[in-house]
Design a protein around this ligand. Structure first.
Ligand code: AOF
Ligand code: ZN
Length: 362
């Protein structure tokens, strides 16, 4: 079996931790002896390598370790993985990508080499970077990876002119979205969506109930009241109100992130995204509306991925559009996206599009 084969298993394992381990990356690890996987691990409270070594129960002597990110060599919340690897008698370590954390950044592999361990570097590097794109964004761009999910009609509308939006897409597509939520660190909405939909924003699929990400509400006028579903469940699911104004009446269990104001007296989005990293440790955000918030993020080049769940319905020109006016005169000024994937559901299709910020970064 090839290095590629075992690294792809490690990458699959790494996927399991997405949405669960921020601000950490989600890493996968397999230990292989005589072409057989003898143990597996992925990041949880402990690092992937440490979990895999523990699962190997002392039989890793002479084995090869496949790991999706360079093993760490620093004392952080946990001790250095390099020490554990050296102690275990592992003979060879195959690494997908270097850890951009300046405490590691090549030093992890150097330490292993100096201990006489053979290193192979760069196997499935691109896939490993894509998987942890949120972590790499925080280290290199100082902001999280931002995806916008839109439930839209065929004609690009997200609600009727009376603001009714339940339901545009079918149940199986909505279940898929619940699963998607579990892979993000946080879900973000604007205050209009809070008022019109009074949502819960949880994962409600069986088996995913405890995987609900934290909720972020862009709410400069503090419209969130204790009667809203989000406020009522803030004791169970972490909730942040993001505002640039002083908050006079705080709601129990709700956290408040105060941002700088822009020149129009509104939330400075650039400051907000940097504080999501520095103050909360978020690496991946799923924006779920509404149109105003998505339009503002778009104008500030703060959307990296667009997921459109499109149903076979038509609402007409008086309905609410998924993106409002952009004042674009010429096609040459338009925003351009790259098609990533189309998923076929019975009544809907899900389209995944990446902005060039993402594709040029990767
Ligand atoms: C690994 N394996 O599974 C992960 C790593 O605060 P700590 O101790 O958890 O360290 C966090 C840093 O460790 C993080 O910024 C990244 O550099 C690395 N993450 N390293 O060897 C893992 N998750
Ligand atoms: Zn580590």
């Amino acid at each position: 079996m090839s290095d590629h084969h075992f690294m792809s298993i490690a990458l699959k394992l790494a996927e399991r931790g997405l949405g669960n381990v921020a601000p950490n990356p989600s890493v996968g690890c397999v230990i292989v002896k005589d072409n057989v996987v003898i143990s597996e691990g992925w990041t949880g409270t402990a690092h992937a390598e440490v979990v895999a070594l523990k699962n190997a129960k002392g039989s890793a002597q002479g084995a090869t370790m496949y790991v999706t990110l360079e093993p760490c060599c620093h004392y952080g919340v946990t001790g250095p993985c390099t020490l554990e690897i050296i102690k275990s008698g592992i003979k060879r370590v195959v690494v997908a990508i270097i850890d951009p954390d300046e405490r590691v950044s090549g030093k992890g592999m150097q330490e292993l080499k100096e201990a006489g361990i053979e290193i192979t570097y760069g196997v499935m590097q691109e896939e490993a970077e894509k998987l942890n794109v949120g972590f790499f964004f925080t280290k290199k761009l100082h902001r999280p990876f931002i995806t916008c999910k839109i439930a839209s009609t065929l004609d690009g509308k997200i609600a009727t002119f009376t603001n009714e939006s339940k339901w545009i897409t079918s149940e199986d597509t909505r279940n898929w979205v619940h699963e998607l939520r579990a892979k993000y660190d946080a879900i973000m909405i604007g205050s209009n969506t809070l008022i019109h939909d009074n949502p819960l924003l949880t994962c409600r699929l069986p088996g995913f109930e405890d995987r609900s990400p934290m909720r972020l509400i862009i709410d400069s006028q503090t419209k969130l009241k204790k009667e809203h579903n989000i406020a009522k469940t803030a004791d169970k699911i972490k909730t942040w109100v993001i505002t640039n104004n002083e908050v006079r009446e705080k709601i129990k269990n709700v956290n408040y992130l105060i941002t700088n104001a822009n020149k129009n007296g509104k939330i400075c989005l650039k400051d907000m995204v940097s504080k999501l990293v520095s103050d909360i440790g978020i690496t991946r955000v799923l924006v779920e509306g509404g149109g105003m918030l998505i339009t503002e993020l778009l104008k500030h080049q703060l959307i990296d991925r667009l997921i459109i769940c499109r149903s076979g319905k038509i609402l007409g020109n008086d309905a609410v559009p998924c993106i409002s006016n952009l004042g674009i005169q010429s096609i040459s000024q338009c925003y351009k996206l790259k098609k990533v994937k189309i998923i076929d559901f019975v009544d809907d299709i899900v389209e995944i599009w990446d902005f060039y910020t993402t594709t040029s970064y990767l």
